[in-house]
Unconditional design. Sequence first.
Length: 116
Amino acid sequence: MTVIVARYTDPLEAQLVCGRLQAEGIDAFVGDEHTALANWGWRLAIGGVKVHVPDADAARARAIIADLDAGAYALATDDASAGAPVPIDRESWSSRLAWVALVLFQLPLPWRRRRR
């Protein structure tokens, strides 16, 4: 028997949580994902996209989801002296310029990625 441990309006967010639970060894799966993708207007009516786990793993899964929401699995910079995790900025000036050109002029432009 399974139990629902989380509900999301975004199927991608539900898949990310499911992947984290599976990485922790919990047999999780996502329910109603395809219905939410096919009929966006029904997402709230069906109760969102649900993450299911076995009854025995429900408490551990909820704890992992709480840690995930608190940012325990966030990517950090290479600087260990910073203390708290700091998100890595992956955008460059050329990627921002390419995005503006696409939005304003509907002209896709290539951009360079930052090198480390």
